[in-house]
Design a protein around this ligand. Structure first.
Ligand code: FAQ
Length: 311
């Protein structure tokens, strides 16, 4: 027998209406949202590092200004998402603690290095491209603050993706060396970007329940497939080769067949053993510690303001 509040919750979800912070919700729903939203926020914050690496070395003032604006957008997305998670009853301090102690997950993709300028193009084109494919359906997530946050985030991500595409296009129209640099970056980022969608459906423990709750709208494999379908014509325009010899159109299925993702590599990265996991966490931890005086000053300022308005 369902309680009145459970019935109301189920009805809101069934009718495509939004669950809001003060509504009753099952504990497991709250927990899974905190998990997903905080991981997403951490991804945006850690995701600033691979590109931050190139801000001082961008090839022109214009490129530098654009890259700075993009990385700043990512900070904004992170803060926006932490706020959405806070509406579920977890604090920023708790989330930050989970991140810097290595207990929280963030997207596998940000544990790969960015040795060349072309990596800025490949990240924009492939990583932001994958992010958009994954996040457009999340705009309809049943939890109001998350869905609404995704609307703005997706608008900015689509600008980011074009920005990356344009970097690669400029390189592909350049010298042989530049074309080679662009192709090399695509070769290194292609497979990790496909892994961003998460494990295959039959190894995705959270999917079924998240789909029932209308947090997720499509499975990991469905979104991966959609992403590849989007990339193929764009790769043709760029003149880059996608590094999958098994990639070909399957007329019967109406979708692309593709090669096998290296899932051992993916799970190793999740266990903390990717090429840059230690470096990313260490930098985040140091930045957090170095910023302690800012937090103290802000808290002291707030305390004084409160005392003044009381007096
Ligand atoms: N990396 O059962 P499922 C960006 C974990 S975009 C690490 O399928 P779920 C923009 C998963 O958490 C990147 N871990 O899980 C940007 C779970 O472990 P848990 C961030 C992964 O939640 C661009 C376990 O594997 N985007 O930042 C990954 O139903 C450029 C089993 O998986 C989002 O977070 C992975 N790739 O589906 C910024 C989007 N995949 O938690 C800077 C929102 C799976 O049980 C520069 N999140 N795992 O311990 C989602 O849509 C979902 O959480 C999925 C995973 C699809 C990522």
């Amino acid at each position: 027998e369902l309680s009145e509040e459970e019935r109301l919750f189920d009805e809101l979800v069934a009718n495509e209406q939004r669950i809001e912070p003060r509504d009753w919700m099952p504990d497991a729903y709250r927990k899974t949202l905190i998990r997903q939203i905080s991981q997403h926020a951490h991804s945006e914050i850690i995701g600033m590092q691979p590109e931050g690496n190139w801000i001082t070395r961008a090839p022109s003032l214009k490129r530098k200004a654009i890259l700075m604006a993009k990385v700043q957008d990512e900070a904004g997305h992170g803060l926006y998402l932490y706020s959405a998670a806070q509406t579920l009853g977890i604090t920023r301090d708790e989330m930050m603690e989970q991140l810097i102690t290595g207990r929280a997950k963030y997207s596998s993709i940000f544990n790969y290095p960015t040795p060349t300028w072309a990596d800025m193009g490949a990240i924009g084109w492939l990583v932001d491209g994958a992010a958009i494919c994954n996040q457009v359906p999340l705009c309809r997530a049943s939890y109001g603050p998350y869905g609404r946050a995704m609307v703005r985030v997706c608008k900015e991500e689509s600008f980011h993706q074009r920005q990356g595409f344009e970097i690669l296009l400029a390189l592909m129209r350049g010298t042989d060396e530049q074309r080679q640099m662009a192709q090399d970056a695509v070769n290194r980022w292609y497979w990790p970007s496909l892994a961003m969608f998460g494990p295959p459906d039959d190894q995705s423990p959270n999917s079924a329940q998240s789909m029932k709750w209308k947090i997720k709208r499509f499975s990991n494999d469905e979104l991966r497939q959609r992403f590849v379908g989007m990339l193929v014509p764009q790769a043709e325009i760029l003149g880059v080769t996608l590094p999958d010899p098994d990639l070909r159109w399957n007329e019967d299925k109406g979708e692309y067949d593709m090669g096998e993702i290296d899932w051992d590599e993916f799970f190793e990265v999740l266990r903390g053993n990717g090429p840059c996991n230690a470096e990313r966490l260490e930098r985040r931890r140091t930045a957090h510690e170095d910023g302690a005086w800012v937090r103290e000053a802000a808290a002291e300022y707030a305390r004084k303001q409160a005392a003044r308005s009381e007096g």
